[in-house]
Design a protein around this ligand. Structure first.
Ligand code: ADP
Length: 772
């Protein structure tokens, strides 16, 4: 049959098929266009079904006319009857719905659908319905057998029934929109039923089936009717029904007996019941669905005292908010109770999420505070574990830290277990690296019995723990340890929870790393201080120990030179000069070291006395009155009437000696000038040591005052020295309340200028002890 149906050779083009085809298309277009503007109301959907049945009829009959073989014609006749058979129930359904009698005649409507379905079965089973097809002058046409005739009768009965319904509606005394619409539809159906003439050729009367013409007329009339009156009657009752059905909240209207009289669509969905089931159900039965005392809840609903009462429904699947209100008649007699049930599960979930989020933010903030308030590792770990106790309940938390030296994990802190027993449990030799360290990622083990090797969880298995969550403590891309959670039941962790713990672990890792660094720095500082102390002790002991024999050498050299121990010849005197000179230099160096040690120890004292600057300069001049051994002339330029100073004479002498020694050391030829003058603008003196030596570069200048700092090792080696001189000069000058300035140019020389306050008057300033 299908082969015949699909073979194009079995068809021809015929003009007789055209009008039916066009009418079918127009009907289909109308069928599709009506439901949307009518908001898919029940009546518009029944209209759609009705027009669809007509369209199937006319479309299939167009192909019957085109068929060239009896087989193809019969096949399309059968298909066409899928539409024709259902025209009577579809029309009756539409009639009843458009007249808003659906609820009253619902059973009758569905009975008619069933009868039609029975006819359809007969159409497909055997030849009781069709006697075959006949070739008329316009093409093939199906011929009815006895069952076909019965169907025609059934068709006319239903036609009459539909028209009678409209007729009674039309005769209503008050003409309303509904009445006007019923009249228009009555006329449209009267026209449409003229299409029943198409049954004549099926009953062997050769009358051209012009049924499409009245159908076209029907389409036009119905179109006008819908445009004018629409299909749905917008009465207050209809609007109320629509509104309550459009509500998201479930609504139950209960009578004083607690029986549901009206239930909206949301209520049907909430209780998973059909409207018909729900309407008529008792409140006490429905109240059992809530996780509350059903009797108490039902009575509170009925007395209208519930306002936003929250409870669970559907075995705790949803949270709802219940409100009820008693309605009274004009005589204030209670007539019904309205119960509104709002599903607030999403709102609750969102609130819960916000609360959790806020709690977690607060926890992160607190952890941050705790971590920054202490730099001690134990304090940081305590703070972390304390917060985790509240944030991840029902778990035991441990922290293991990685020792970067031996790459071993060390158990450092825990909560909820016996710490000593846990720490005593040693990791088995040859056990693989902990999987969290390997992957540097979060690891969840729901069942510890099946845990990966390397997890080192024997202790926890014995203690009856079941699941494990491990997070790497990562700071600056470096794993510093592992934060682990063990729980006794099979505990799951949501993605959100894991993400939160991950950020918490990150923050904790930074705090842990900081405290580790702090502890390391503190250890180093202590070690450094010790080393410094040893150095200082050594220097001061050595200086003292060296000074005594050196003084003895100088003393004996002077005694011998003065001839106390016998006649000294010129050569011996020269040698003794050298001994005295070098012993003096050595003593100066030892004094420098002692001074530097005192500076480091912060134990310098200023011994003030009144002295004449010119006298000090004279003394220095005499000290340097010996052959320098190179082409350098040492010039002295100071007036004899220089003011007296109230300062530490020895320190100033030491300053001057350092500067003059340096100038002589770093000048191979030219002059070294020592000058002093009284400053007119300030009550002070300026002493300068200028040379024409090798000079100091601008980059080196800021460094020359550091202790043990020598600008250039090769140069230093050529000139000797320990790099303490200028450090002492600067510290002493500042101690005496003066300033030190240096200007220098490589290859031209340097100038060191000291300004000191002077006081002619007797000063009362006490001697100072300075602690640095
Ligand atoms: P040192 O014992 O090496 O002389 P100082 O602290 O006295 O130590 O001087 C530090 C460095 O400053 C010297 O090593 C030297 O390089 C530089 N310096 C000091 N005085 C002069 C100068 N008058 N001319 C050139 N360089 C100098």
């Amino acid at each position: 049959m299908f082969a015949e149906l699909l073979n194009p050779a079995n068809y021809r083009m015929t003009l007789f098929a055209l009008p039916t085809l066009l009418t079918a298309s127009t009907m289909l277009a109308q069928a599709l266009m009506v439901p949307a503007p009518e908001r898919h109301s029940r009546v518009s959907v029944s209209f759609f079904v009705m027009t669809l049945t007509g369209a199937i009829w006319l479309f299939s009959y167009s192909l019957v006319y085109c068929a060239q073989t009896e087989g193809a014609a019969l096949a399309w006749s059968v298909i066409g009857h899928i539409g024709i058979i259902f025209i009577p129930p579809a029309v009756y359904h539409f009639t009843i719905t458009s007249l808003q009698f659906y609820h009253r005649y619902k059973r009758r409507v569905w009975l008619i659908w069933e009868i039609s379905a029975f006819f359809l079965v007969i159409v497909f089973a055997g030849d009781a319905f069709f006697a075959g097809v006949r070739l008329y002058w316009w093409g093939y046409y199906p011929i009815y057998n006895w069952m076909g005739v019965v169907f025609v009768c059934y068709f006319f009965v239903l036609m009459a029934l539909s028209l009678r319904e409209y007729w009674s509606a039309c005769r209503a005394a008050v003409p309303s929109v509904g009445v006007l619409r019923s009249r228009a539809l009555f006329r449209a159906f009267c026209v449409a039923y003229l299409g029943a003439f198409d049954y004549l050729p099926a009953l062997r009367l050769p009358v051209y089936p012009f049924g499409y013409l009245p159908v076209l007329g029907f389409i036009i009339l119905v179109d006008r009717t819908i445009r004018r009156y629409r299909l749905v009657n917008i009465t207050p009752q209809f609007a109320a029904k629509e509104i309550i059905n459009a509500m998201d909240d479930a609504l139950l209207l209960l009578d004083s007996e607690g029986i549901v009289r009206v239930a909206n669509r949301s209520a049907c969905q909430m209780f998973s019941r059909a409207e018909t089931d729900l309407e008529g159900a008792s409140l006490s039965t429905l109240a059992r669905e809530f996780a509350a005392d059903p009797d108490e809840l039902a009575s509170r609903i009925l007395d209208g005292s519930l306002r936003d009462h929250e409870c669970l429904i559907g075995a705790g699947a949803s949270v709802v908010s219940l409100s009820s209100l008693v309605m009274h008649d004009p005589g204030k007699v209670p007539i019904a109770t309205v119960c509104m049930i709002r599903d607030i599960s999403r709102q609750k979930a969102a609130q819960l999420q916000i609360k959790r989020h806020t709690e977690r933010q607060a926890a992160l903030y607190e952890l941050n505070l705790a971590a920054t308030s202490t730099l001690e590792l134990s304090g940081v770990l305590d703070g972390l574990l304390e917060r985790l106790e509240d944030l991840v309940p029902r778990t035991t938390t441990t922290v293991m830290l990685l020792d970067t030296a031996d790459q071993q994990l060390h158990k450092v802190a825990c909560r909820g277990i016996d710490e000593t027993a846990w720490k005593e449990e040693r990791r088995a030799d040859g056990e693989p690296v902990h999987p969290v360290l390997q992957t540097k990622d979060v690891m969840l083990v729901p069942n510890l019995d099946l845990a990966n090797a390397g997890l080192d969880c024997g202790y926890f298995i014995r203690q009856g723990f079941q699941s494990y969550l491990g997070l790497p403590l990562v700071a600056k891309d470096q794993v510093v340890g592992i934060l682990s959670f063990y729980s006794r039941e099979a505990r799951g962790y949501s993605d959100e929870e894991i993400n939160f713990l991950r950020s918490l672990a990150g923050q904790a890792a930074v705090a842990i790393q900081n405290s580790q660094l702090y502890e390391q720095t503190s250890r180093q500082a202590i070690a450094l201080e010790k080393a410094n102390q040893v150095k200082e002790d050594f220097l001061s002991v050595m200086s003292h120990e060296l000074r005594t024999p050196l003084n003895v050498i100088s003393g004996y050299a002077t005694l011998v030179q003065e001839g106390v121990m016998g006649e000294v010849n010129a050569e011996q005197s020269k040698a003794l000069d050298k001994v005295a000179h070098h012993a003096g230099e050595l003593l100066f160096m030892i004094n420098s070291m002692m001074n530097a040690t005192k500076i480091e120890a912060g134990a310098l004292t200023v011994e003030r006395e009144k002295f004449l600057l010119a006298d000090l300069l004279d003394e220095l001049k005499a000290l340097y009155d010996y052959p320098l051994g190179k082409e350098v002339s040492l010039e002295w330029d100071y007036p004899t009437d220089l003011p007296s100073l109230h300062s530490d004479r020895d320190k100033l002498k030491h300053i001057m000696q350092n500067l003059i020694n340096n100038a002589l050391k770093f000048t191979d030829d030219g002059t070294v000038n020592v000058a002093a003058r009284q400053l007119s603008d300030t009550a002070g003196v300026e002493i300068s040591v200028t040379d024409t030596g090798i000079g100091i570069s601008t980059e080196e200048l800021p460094l020359i005052f550091d202790s043990f700092r020598q600008v250039d090792s090769s140069r230093t080696r050529a000139h000797g020295g320990v790099g303490l001189g200028l450090h002492i000069v600067k510290t002493f000058t500042e101690l005496l309340g003066g300033t030190l300035k240096v200007t220098s140019k490589v290859g031209y020389g340097s100038a060191f200028i000291i300004t000191l306050p002077c006081n002619d008057r007797e000063t009362t300033t006490p001697n100072l002890t300075v602690h640095r």
